[in-house]
Design a protein around this ligand. Structure first.
Ligand code: OAD
Length: 240
């Protein structure tokens, strides 16, 4: 493993533009369950059964209870060494961009500013009637589902399965993906599209790919180095 870390450090030392792509594995060491890991199920539902518009239309209370559970966990969570190392990388590289699939807002809490939250943010709410977007950081929601001033139902401002990613995020994501010379991919299973295609695009454009994950993923086949270990252990080493 030390050899792989050394190789990754060598790649990073020659890098001008670093893009980091993260998934829920980055927050696992903060006690937030990943989606497809052993603690990922909530009341035996899979994410794909709850994170959809049709699930929300059918039972907004159920979907909100799931998000409420995640909000409580996220609120209690402390930043881990992977979040801190990624925030530090932004300071070390003049050209840097972070693409995250995480909706927990922990990268911003760690200090990252150049980032796209591809799947939205769990603390942001959007009215399904008037479209108004607001932040609600009250950990205990007063009512579930929460209601907008216009009497419409508020939904989490999260990109659900079957929905399109926000244009603004996509533009920054694809621009940085085609310009970067190294992409560091951390803690994602690499199976949810379009995020899963991002390392493949970077690779096609000539970027080197460094992967940090507990296990092999579809990204492993194109990675120049794959380090199979905890992000919180490896990222501080890469930063050094
Ligand atoms: P997954 O749950 O699919 O994958 C988490 C990945 O993190 C797995 O590959 C684990 O091996 C890895 N992992 C776990 N702990 C780790 C650690 N300490 N260090 C390094 N790696 C670790 O989560 P995502 O890939 O983020 O979308 O899932 C993608 C999307 O699917 C999510 O954004 C979410 C979900 O449904 C929406 O909610 C819209």
């Amino acid at each position: 493993m030390e050899l792989k870390v050394k190789k990754a450090v060598e790649i990073l030392s020659k890098c001008n533009f670093l893009v980091v792509l993260t998934g829920s594995g980055v927050s696992a060491e903060s006690g937030i369950p990943t989606f497809r890991g052993k603690d990922g199920l909530w009341k035996n539902f899979r994410a794909e059964e709850l994170a959809t518009k049709s699930a929300f239309e059918k039972d907004p209370k159920l979907v909100w209870e799931w998000y409420d559970w995640r909000r409580q966990l996220i609120n209690k969570a402390r930043l881990n060494r992977a979040h801190l190392a990624i925030a530090r990388l932004e300071k070390m590289f003049e050209q840097f961009f972070l693409i995250t699939q995480n909706v927990d807002g922990l990268h911003s809490r760690a200090g990252n500013k150049k980032l796209a939250e591809l799947h939205g943010n769990i603390w942001r709410l959007r009215c399904i009637t008037c479209g108004k977007v607001s932040f609600n950081v009250d950990v205990s929601l007063k009512e579930i589902p929460p209601i907008c001033k216009c009497s419409g139902i508020l939904r989490p401002d999260i990109v659900w399965f079957g929905e399109s990613l926000q244009e603004r995020n996509l533009a920054k994501t694809y621009a940085s993906t085609s310009e970067c010379d190294v992409m560091l991919v951390v803690g994602t299973s690499g199976i949810v599209y379009p995020a899963a295609s991002i390392p493949f695009i970077a690779k096609d454009r000539g970027a080197k790919i460094i992967e940090v994950n507990l296990e092999e993923t579809p990204i492993t086949q194109i990675a120049d180095v794959s380090i199979f270990s905890k992000a919180g252990e490896i990222l501080p080493k890469l930063k050094k």
